[in-house]
Design a protein around this ligand. Sequence first.
Ligand code: C2E
Ligand code: CA
Ligand code: CA
Length: 468
Amino acid sequence: MSEPAARLETLAARVAELEAERELTLRLAQTDSLTGLVNRGAFTAELCARLDDAREHGRSVALFVIDLDRFKSLNDTLGHHAGDLLLAEVGERLRADAGPGELTARLGGDEFALITEGRDVAARAQRLLTKLAQPQTIYGRVVSPGASVGVAVFPDHAADAGDLQRFADMALYRVKTRGGRRWSAFDAELSAENARRQTLEAELRRAIPGGEIEPWFQPVIDANTGRITAVEVLARWNHPEQGLLLPAAFVPIAEELGLIGQIDEHIFEAACALAAPWVAEGLIESISCNVSPRDLLDPAFSRKLIGRLARTDLPATALTVEVTETFLLQDFALARRHIERLAAKGIRIALDDFGTGYSNIRALMSLPIQTVKLDRSLIEAVGRDARVSKLVSAMLHAARALGVRIVAEGVEHEAQALFLRAAGCDRMQGYLFARPMPAAKVEAHLRGSPLIDLAMPSTPALARRRHG
Ligand code: C2E
Ligand code: CA
Ligand code: CA
């Protein structure tokens, strides 16, 4: 072979190599490494392409979103490796079951998807459920996780990929809230809900700059004196037609729309401005603000909060930030960085809703947390369920030993307050003392008399005699 020809050949070989490498990189970028299925990015692109094609040829396309039931608990009890094995097996079953022209994908976590044609949707969904419900053995244990499926069809339900995914998700969510292990398609009921949500979305976008969302305050009481020592800031929406809306009616949708950051920022600034004089005059020690789980996932969260606080007259030591444990454990390293940064400024951290999750006490104890808020579900059972009462007593005892302050939330009955106080809990919050109220009203209380005079006898025996 002549020299130029040989050179050309090496060059061609090199080009082929590069081509293969490029293909591999491309394929890897499009596949989920655990299951080998298409990943979310590639799936969305493929869904758009298929809808374009269907539009052109007058065909229909069905989207199935699949979510495993009880995956989280299996993952927690059997470990992450077992969880991975389970996900890989589900991927394998979906692949083996897929017919020609169908596309299966892993969207992330325990969520999968199937794109197929829009005919015989019920039969296809049923087959999918049956396949996924078959038991499998992991580490010698037979598990059958089962799945829930939500379906939306183009063009019957939605005209584009975004709506199709959203509607299939809505159908899935409905199945999940009704216990799972079933499939459901988008329908008139969900369509009406979607319309309601869209109205709410438009109203919410207008409400934030319009000042319709404002901070209310719920007093935290010193059980020994009945005096207010702190207030928790709770958002309320003064809706022009619907009246006063609670966070449950708008916080979840605001989170979904990415508007919760704006709401929290507004509530935070307004609350600090209102409460700074109360702190300055010594009427309360501190105010507590809730932060959305989403906020803590923002790497700049703590820096932003410190910056915002500096623009108000509230001293850092008078601010408590309430975070929930479920959320802390989601990205513990990041949460730790935020919490340590806030603590370094003198801001206090409270662990909210304590007693509702699977507490990883050891991890939590490694954080600079000064306050733990016992969840209403525990307080509700106090005095009614002897085991819960004992547990709460033990928690209070442990908290004292660790120098952690406990606030009991959702105290509604005097008997609960008496029990808690006798067990050594001196901070309480709940309807027994005061409901959340607007700034003007809480200020009147702060300047007036104690909210409630429990006049509680100091020993449990006396308490029983007086109230039992
Ligand atoms: P949370 O932080 O656990 O707040 C306590 C909730 O319990 C409040 O509900 C309060 O009104 C209610 N509560 C207090 N005492 C009692 C009682 O004795 N009995 C009963 N049944 N309930 C009581 P609310 O105001 O509806 O807030 C619900 C949740 O919304 C809050 O739970 C908090 O997680 C979230 N939230 C409230 N405001 C904001 C905010 O500005 N930003 C963010 N991100 N979340 C907020
Ligand atoms: Ca709270
Ligand atoms: Ca709480």
